[in-house]
Structure formats: C-alpha cells, structure tokens
Write a protein that binds this ligand. Sequence first.
Ligand SMILES: Cc1cc2nc3c(=O)[nH]c(=O)nc-3n(C[C@H](O)[C@H](O)[C@H](O)COP(=O)(O)OP(=O)(O)OC[C@H]3O[C@@H](n4cnc5c(N)ncnc54)[C@H](O)[C@@H]3O)c2cc1C
Length: 393
Amino acid sequence: MGGHTDLGTQLALGTASRPVTDFRERVRALVGDRISPLLPACERERRFPREAVTAFGAAGLFHERWSGGPHGDLGRSVLLSEEMGRAGLGGIGIGVGLHLEAATSLLRGFGTTAYTKEVLEQALAGESVCCVATSEQHVGSDLSAVATALTREGDHWRVRGEKWFVSPGAAADHAIVLCRGDQGPALVLVPRSGLTPVQRWETTGMRSLETVRLRVDARVTDDAVLARPGAGLAAVGQGLMYERLALAAQVLGALDLASVLAITHLKRRKQFGSPLYRHQALRLRMADLCSQILVARRGLYATVVEVSAGGAASVSDTAALKVTVARLGERVTSECAHIFGGRGYVEDQTPLARLWRDFKVGRLGGGSDEMMWELVAAGFRPDHGLYENWIAT
Ligand SMILES: Cc1cc2nc3c(=O)[nH]c(=O)nc-3n(C[C@H](O)[C@H](O)[C@H](O)COP(=O)(O)OP(=O)(O)OC[C@H]3O[C@@H](n4cnc5c(N)ncnc54)[C@H](O)[C@@H]3O)c2cc1C
C-alpha cells in the first residue's frame, strides 16, 4: 500500500492521480464483493447490516480515512462516500457514513478519556457500530431545545429520554446522545445496554438505514462525557460538518449512477423510429443535469481542499454545498426516472425510483435546506463602500 498520502489535495490536483485511483479501486472492489450483495435483503427487511461496518473496518479503510491532521483525510472520506453512492447503496451507505463521519469524528475530536479512546479504536476497526442521537419528538432543527435529561446521581450520570429518529439505531453498539445538563446541552457516549429501540420507522426510502425511535436510560461515569453541559451544541456542529460533506459525496456518486443509466437508455430506447437521444428535448435536459452534476462535483472537491487547509469558511461552505447537492439529487433522480418512462417507476425494472425515494431525505438529514441556508446567510457580509459607489443613495 505504501506510505499514506493525503488525498484531500490530490483530489483537487487530479482525480486520475495514482493514489486516488488506487484507493478508489480498493473501495470499489470491497463494495462490489462484500456490501452490494447485502442490499436487496436489507432493503426488503428494513435492516442495517453491521457486516458493512465490519468489512470496511477490517480492510483498514476507516483507519486510513481518519489518519493525518485534524480532519483526517477528507479526500478518502469523499472517495468512500462517492463509491457507496455510485454502487446505489442508499441506506447502507448513509448508515456507514453516519458511523464513520458523524459519530467517529465526535469520538476523535472530543474523546479524551481511555474509555472513549477505546470506543474510537473499536469504531475505526469496524468492531463497534456507532450512531448520533440528537432529534426528539419535539426537537429537530432547533437542537438547543433538547430535553433528554442528564442528571447527577452520586458519582454517576443518569441519561434519560427518548430519541425520535436514530440511524442506524437498532444495530448500534454505542450512541452519542445529545442531552440537557444543568448548564445546557451536553454530549454523552451511551453503550447498547442503555439503549432500547422501541419502534422501527416505515421510512419512504433509505430502508436499509434502519431508522428507529430509541429509548435512552443509562448510568454512565464521567469518562463517557464527550462535551460537558453547555458545550454540546458546538461539538455536534463539528460532527455535522463531516456528515454533510459525506452526504454530498454520496449523493453525487448516486447521481453518476442515475445519469449514466439514463444517458445509456437515451441511446438504446427507440420511439418514433429513432433513439430517444435524437429527441432534442430529452438530450438537452440531460445535458443540463449533467452540467450541474459536474459543477457540483468540482465544488465538492474544492470544498474538501478548503476545509483540509483549515479555511475559515468551512461551516458555511459545507452547508452551501450540502443544500445545493441535496436539492440537485432530488431533481436529477426524478428526471432520470422520467427518462425511463414507466420502467423508471417500476422498482423491479430499474433502481431509479428507489434512488429517488432514497435521496429525497438528503434535504433533511444532517440539517434541512432552511437550516443550511441560515448558516450560509450567517456569513453574509455587506460592502457599504461598494454599494455607495454603484447605487444612488
Ligand atoms: C430517515 C431519517 C433518518 C434520520 N436519522 C437521524 C439520526 O441518525 N440522528 C438524528 O439525531 N436525527 C436523525 N434524523 C432527523 C433529522 O435530522 C431531522 O428530521 C431534521 O433535522 C429535521 O428536523 P424535524 O424532522 O424535527 O423537522 P422540523 O425541525 O420540525 O422542521 C420542519 C420543517 O420546517 C423547517 N424549519 C424549521 N425551522 C425553521 C426556521 N427557523 N426557518 C425556516 N424553516 C424552518 C424545516 O426545514 C423543515 O422543512 C433522521 C431523519 C430521517 C427522516
């Protein structure tokens, strides 16, 4: 395998560079051999396969992604997510991403005790599946209102409450739980013994993600506190940044799959005596979508370089990227299904309808469109000198 090369910069320098193609091929082979075969049954049974986390971890891919500087190697994160998207993994891919990006980043960034470091090692090795539980029945976009209680009981902490949407909740060995302490929101690592899945949601898509309602009732020691009361929201924000980048990469991978299938169908399917491709309306619409995918991908790679270099605009840039790509994902999967006509709507004929219902949730997961736009708007800077130069006042 040779020495470790940071792929964050390599991605921007050239997607065909040797280290990038080597890593991509290793991920692609593992996904093809070990993960894709799990998908049909997991979608049918609405079950997240912990074998997926085990396989990536055992192959050393999680360790490679998180080696290097404060962000680990974001290039490897993008390549892992793109390949899972390109393989049409949907819910399994998002579940692996939540484990690897949202949960592992929090363990790595905020875990200072022997216990949290041990769980981090297990997560990287694929021996422990981790998830992040923030949302509640009455708490979604506004996480500052979190109600799950963190109270002191002798020399322990008691964490008690109910989390509404947790993925992959039933498979998780550990959940990082946002809860309310005396000074405000905190983040606490809770083992499986304190977690009870009480309902598996009948989600429209992402069925193999296995999103559940989770009861939390645990007694934990000081070692399990990742962010003390009052520091929980800032910590969660960091985990979300990685989740958003990975989500954007996975959506773009899935859009490669959808668009190549649709382009090929345009060339193969004949109506009115000629291939659909000859019909200008379809050809140009597809060209428009592919142009937007191309520009979005360049934006993803540029954002990875910016974040890797410690750029100040990381949070708002990542939010801008995520909301734009998530919305593009919903539109492109819908249009590609449309190009297949009736077959696009029939799930045993093409994967297009599944991709469409899977990636609909991209506009909510990791923060909704409106929350992303709020982060972008928070970075607005007026220029009064410029204004007065150009505008009659
Ligand atoms: C399949 C699935 C998996 C999920 N997995 C997880 C998980 O693993 N862990 C976890 O913690 N959560 C998870 N979630 C929850 C997800 O993060 C939330 O659904 C999302 O953040 C939105 O919160 P909400 O559903 O409570 O909607 P709300 O916050 O109630 O928002 C409803 C609508 O109002 C809009 N809105 C809210 N406030 C404003 C405002 N101030 N201005 C303008 N518009 C606003 C929102 O954008 C949204 O469109 C999952 C959800 C789904 C569907």
